[in-house]
Design a protein around this ligand. Structure first.
Ligand code: ADP
Length: 397
């Protein structure tokens, strides 16, 4: 079966067509600037050159039409429309309602809408993507795969904040966690690579990209994760603060006569390694180059990022009582031997050692721990689209 995987944002739509039998990507691409001037679709049918088309896209319906057109056109299309057996949608927030992927029906759409206030930027865009697909592909089954679902196994003491309990009861204020599809995929893959039953393993997954989060996975189940009610909590990220004293919000508001929206924007868009480096860059490639040249701004940003990761690894080891393996994934985790090296050099307290030669790896599955390491260290490239396609196939075959 050919599965179309859709990741719909407010002004963009990423897609991949995946063959469920071979698990190979047939075509992947992106619609950009939906609803804005200068919109375009960029896609690459496998084995062919990248194709870019400037096309007006006033809304997501038009974007989906163009995706279907790109996939099925006579000249360089890759499938017939009737061959697309199902569509898998990445949905950011499933609240407490969704603990696993589900086939989309009216009740599911309503439930996704109901939790939209927990992810006001993402869930409405995800819903628009589903409705646009339903319009263009009526009758094709669709599946919702939630970023939050994998984390729903956290115990109450890990997901509750120290707020009055009524806020949880009234509004659902708690830790939900994100990147769940990635944490799930990587932890399962790590168990396979380690040749062990997931039930016997205590793993820490470090998803280090522009957005970054850690999870503690005990016996195949998530028992803690660093992102919270929103993806702002936890690690220092490309432009997000991660953990911060909430009083900082009021403090900045008073000092700079700023609104809540202003400060929210600062915390999400102008902080993290970008802010810590005095606006040098949010991109770890730039920061690494500058770090190696002795740039103080880059050194401050990267060292602070690394320290926070190591602190969480310590906390999650304590939470699980032990750790068998630490996995690195996403843009930085998969590609940056430099940043992985800085993190792993601080894991001596676990008896972990790094194989410096192996740590040169980029974007491939590989053990990077030394032969004498008490904890296995490994790089496991994430594949959220494949994970979505697998869930979609399993529910629609
Ligand atoms: P997201 O999906 O959260 O936008 P990614 O997982 O794609 O982010 O990670 C993007 C980040 O990965 C970039 O900001 C960049 O800092 C980092 N990155 C990618 N390739 C490399 C590399 N070769 N060396 C260091 N960092 C890299």
């Amino acid at each position: 079966m050919k599965i179309l995987v859709i990741n719909c944002g407010s002004s963009s739509l990423k897609f991949q067509l995946i063959d469920s039998e071979t698990e190979g990507v047939i075509c992947k691409g992106l619609c950009e600037r939906i609803g804005i001037d200068g919109s375009r679709i960029v896609y690459t049918p496998v084995g062919k050159d990248k194709i870019t088309k400037e096309e007006p896209m006033p809304d997501h319906n038009r974007a989906i039409e163009l995706v279907i057109e790109a996939l099925t056109n006579a000249e360089n299309g890759v499938v017939k429309l009737e061959e697309i057996g199902a569509v898998g949608h990445r949905i950011v927030h499933g609240g407490e309602k969704f603990t696993k992927s589900v086939v989309i029906n009216d009740e599911v759409l309503k439930a996704i809408e109901d939790v939209s206030d927990l992810a006001p930027l993402h869930n409405p865009a995800n819903l628009i993507g589903i409705r646009a697909c339903q319009k263009v592909m009526p009758g094709v089954p669709m599946v919702a795969v939630f970023d939050t679902a994998f984390h729903q196994t956290m115990p109450e003491y890990a997901y509750l904040y120290g707020l009055h309990y009524s806020y949880y009861e009234k509004y659902g204020i708690r830790r939900y966690g994100f990147h769940g599809t990635s944490h799930s995929y990587v932890s399962k893959r790590a168990a396979e690579i380690l040749g062990k039953d997931a039930a016997d393993l205590k793993l820490i997954v470090c998803h280090l990209g522009n957005g970054a989060s850690l999870s503690a996975v005990d016996g195949g189940k998530c028992v803690d994760t660093s992102m919270g009610l929103t993806p702002l909590e936890g690690l220092i990220m490309g432009t997000r603060t991660g953990d911060i004293d909430p009083s900082v919000v009021e403090f900045i508001m008073k000092k700079e006569n700023a609104s809540v929206a202003d400060v929210t924007n600062i915390l999400n868009k102008k902080s993290g390694v970008l802010g810590l480096s005095n606006d040098l860059s949010s991109d770890f490639r730039d920061l690494e180059d500058a770090y190696l040249k002795g740039d103080k701004n880059a050194i401050r940003a990267v060292d602070t990022f690394v320290y926070r990761v190591v602190k969480y690894i310590g906390a999650y080891t304590a939470a699980m009582g032990r750790v068998d393996a630490i996995c690195f994934t996403a843009g930085v985790g998969e590609n940056s031997g430099f940043t992985r090296g800085l993190i792993c050099d601080k894991l001596g307290f676990l008896g972990a050692t790094l194989d410096k030669e192996a740590n040169k790896v980029r974007g491939e599955e590989k053990f990077i721990s030394g032969a004498d390491s008490k904890v296995k260290l490994l790089v496991v490239p994430t594949n959220e689209e494949l994970a979505i396609a697998r869930d979609t196939y399993a529910l629609c075959k």
